[in-house]
Ligand binder design. Structure first.
Ligand code: ADP
Ligand code: ZN
Length: 355
């Protein structure tokens, strides 16, 4: 069992990570508190007994339908209404038990209700454990734009227990691996570990170990730049193009699109002479271990969506994060036309490779 702290000017967020932390830490965290649990229909079905025994006796349980479609305004309003009607007070605690969707919407509700109540995150997917439950970003999708309405709101406690991974489908493991490989483009030690374990990336033992490394990396970045004015932007590696593809093609999981986005963006980084080809090759081969990268014939159309990404700076410029050398990534801004041309060049080179 390990502990990691995120210290921001206003709050300390404590992350407990490892086998058995749920049993050990949760009772202490909840002792004497009135809580409002938010979970989704799948997690409620799979972990109903746990919820009934360990969470429900401390307060209310609100179940949202599973899936990204719940990350909307109506669902948020329903949660807030239930919080109000159940008499939740300023000193009470919201517990988010679920994947990234539950974490994002429950975090937003906790930050809004009475201008903020205590928040405990218990992430149950690999993606939420390695990435989204840590760092205090909350959001819903709005008017077709992903994560466009949200807040920065640090959870007091995050409990990351690998026991939840035993029920996760392979697709969700691959989704989490997408973010884990992203960290390989940001941390030299994570990259080395990934390369040493290319044959057992999905194994339980490896995932337990690498989860801690990814959280540590993120905690360090968030401590230094909570509001994403500089360094934290690097955590968006693969996401500008990945989000655009995700929005347009909609077939694969978020993590897979992050990897596909990272592949296309690495191509741009090499073309622009920012990333040495030998280093890019190491990252590309890891990406290909987890996902097959499509040669999208209409990639430029998909990428027009990137212009709506909130990370972009306006004035027609697209911002992407590019790996520079092991352990270092930087922001690159490109004109929309140049970006689109390079994306198409990558798609064509992928198509040639496949012939
Ligand atoms: P993500 O965590 O990938 O951002 P979701 O929160 O939508 O996205 O979770 C992905 C799917 O996995 C959802 O259908 C959710 O209900 C389901 N899920 C969450 N945790 C578990 C778990 N421990 N075992 C099985 N399925 C789970
Ligand atoms: Zn992501």
């Amino acid at each position: 069992m390990k502990e990691i702290d995120i210290n921001t000017p206003s709050v300390t967020s404590k992350i407990h990570c490892g086998e058995g932390v749920l049993d050990k830490v949760l009772p202490k965290v909840l002792s004497g508190r009135h809580i409002f649990t938010i979970t989704d229909s799948n997690v409620n079905r799979l972990y109903g007994e746990f919820i009934a025994q360990k969470l429900a006796p401390h307060g209310e349980v609100h179940v949202i339908p599973a899936g990204e479609k719940s990350k909307n305004y109506t669902c948020l309003a329903r949660i807030l209404k239930h919080m109000l009607h159940s008499g939740l007070k300023r000193c009470d605690t919201v517990v988010a038990l679920g994947g990234g969707v539950v974490g994002d919407i429950a975090g937003l509700a906790a930050s809004l209700y009475m201008r903020g109540v205590h928040l405990v995150q218990v992430p149950t997917t690999l993606l939420a454990q390695v990435d989204s439950s840590v760092g205090g970003k909350t959001a819903i999708d709005f008017c077709g734009v992903k994560n466009i309405v949200g807040t920065f709101y640090q959870p007091e406690t995050v409990i990351v227990d690998p026991l939840f991974l035993s029920t996760l489908p392979a697709r969700e493991i691959r989704c989490g691996l997408g973010e884990i490989i992203k960290y390989g483009g940001l941390s030299a030690s994570i990259l080395e570990k990934l390369e040493k374990n290319t044959k057992n990336l999905s194994s339980e033992i490896f995932l337990k170990d690498i989860t801690y490394d990814c959280i540590s990396h993120k905690a360090d970045v968030v401590t230094r730049d909570e509001r994403e004015s500089g360094l934290r932007k690097t955590l968006n590696l693969g996401h500008t193009t990945g989000h655009a593809f995700e929005l347009y093609y909609k077939r694969k999981s978020h993590g897979e699109y992050v990897l596909i986005g990272m592949y296309y963006e690495l191509f741009i980084a090499v073309e622009r002479g920012i990333c040495p080809p030998e280093y890019a090759k190491r990252l590309l081969s890891l990406i290909k271990r987890v996902v097959s990268v499509p040669a999208y014939a209409d990639a430029d159309r998909a990428c027009a969506a990137a212009a709506y990404d909130k990370k972009n700076v306006g004035g027609g410029e697209i911002s992407i994060i590019v790996p520079v050398c092991p352990g270092k990534a930087a922001e690159l801004r490109l004109g929309a036309d140049e970006y689109s041309a390079l994306i198409m060049q990558c798609a064509r080179s992928l198509a040639e490779e496949k012939q």
